[in-house]
Design a protein around this ligand. Structure first.
Ligand code: ZN
Length: 360
């Protein structure tokens, strides 16, 4: 059934053969004409703004933010078992939702509006693939070189979102300076993975200031990119992140992504993760084969909508970096991406954003 959009206002033009009308909260929302064409009467621009603002805050506060102590004090194997237990409790539907291709309602809306305006279907653009790794704890340092090497073997570089506290480990500043010298991108994942920091303005400001100071003290360039710990964000957190000196963030998980393309949130450019992350797969109790099919399905979706494929693999021992079957699956995915002719290239998220046109 063709979808036409009447982008503002609500009434069918005189002479239209209307066979049904529908309303939302008493206001006209659309009508159906005799030939079966559905006309939507909503204000698409307002709906778009509302969707972007809605996804600006996390849809649910992470369980770890409700604990009275920092959850990294729980030993990693136990933390992982609890996360898997919560994943199992979410049931099959909950698990499927976190590993499904991104819904991207803003992109669907843009597409519907383009069709309504009689524009041609946008042709599929080659997909830029961004490789990202979140270094949450010192234990993850061990797997950083292997992940960097996996990118380099394919002539690519990756973005490492680093918790500044990790820089206190012996050898960490040198390792990260070396990565930067090899043209990997070093971005910021907050100071200490404090999942409550983004919920309180003063706490977020202090967290970011400490993190930026630690980067400079370690001989690293002041970071331009930021990813919130556990994707925790509020309607105002992006403003604070921008004021702290960052120019872009990647703090929305694939399951909540309003768009698979970058968009502006105030002064900050926001680019969601668009492929299921390693922890989505593992906490859902899925194996490497399921991870590969979830990645391929999400990649097709990103391609259809003309977005950036943003991958997230943690170097942490209990996540993708240290999980051998999943790491092998990640390697296989990289091989496939290299071979696909609809992939423009693999690289850092900063580079992918530089190549992409940013919408407001
Ligand atoms: Zn993290």
């Amino acid at each position: 059934m063709p979808l036409r959009g009447q982008l503002a206002g609500g009434e069918a033009p005189p002479g239209a053969r209307v066979i049904a009308r529908f309303e939302e909260d008493g206001a006209p929302a659309g009508w159906v004409e005799a030939d079966g064409t559905v006309h939507w009467a909503f204000d698409a621009a307002a709906a778009r703004r509302a969707l972007l603002a809605e996804r600006g805050r996390r849809l649910a506060t992470p369980a770890a933010a409700r604990l009275p102590f920092h959850y990294h004090r729980v030993p990693a194997p136990l933390r992982f078992a609890i996360a898997r237990g919560l994943g199992a409790a979410a049931g099959a539907r909950g698990r499927a939702a976190t590993c499904a291709p991104p819904l991207a309602p803003v992109d669907l809306l843009d597409r519907a509006a383009a069709r309504a305006a009689g524009e041609a279907e946008p042709s599929r653009a080659p997909i830029a693939v961004a490789l990202t790794h979140d270094l949450d704890t010192r234990a993850g340092l061990r797997h950083v070189p292997a992940l960097a090497a996996m990118a380099e073997r394919r002539g690519a570089r990756a973005t490492f979102f680093v918790c500044a506290k990790v820089l206190g480990a012996a050898g960490a500043p040198a390792l990260l300076r070396d990565l930067a010298a090899r043209r990997h991108e070093i971005a910021c994942h907050g100071d200490d993975h404090d999942v409550r920091a983004p919920l309180v303005p003063a706490r977020l400001r202090a967290d970011l200031a400490r993190a930026r100071a630690a980067f400079v003290a370690a001989g690293l360039a002041p970071p331009r990119g930021y990813r919130a710990p556990a994707f925790t964000r509020t309607p105002w957190s992006s403003r604070i992140v921008a004021t702290a000196g960052f120019t872009w963030e990647s703090s929305i998980p694939a399951a909540e992504a309003p768009s698979v393309r970058p968009f502006r949130r105030g002064r900050l450019v926001s680019m969601p993760v668009t492929l299921p992350a390693d922890h989505d797969v593992l906490f859902a109790g899925l194996g490497a084969a399921a991870a590969l099919s979830a990645w391929r399905a999400a990649l097709d979706r990103v391609g259809q909508l003309g977005g950036i494929a943003v991958l997230l693999i943690h170097p942490e021992p209990h996540l993708g970096g240290g999980h051998r079957p999943l790491r092998r699956a990640y390697g296989k995915l990289l091989d496939e991406l290299e071979a696909r002719d609809d992939v423009a290239g693999l690289g850092t998220l900063g580079a992918a954003l530089g190549l992409s046109s940013i919408r407001s």
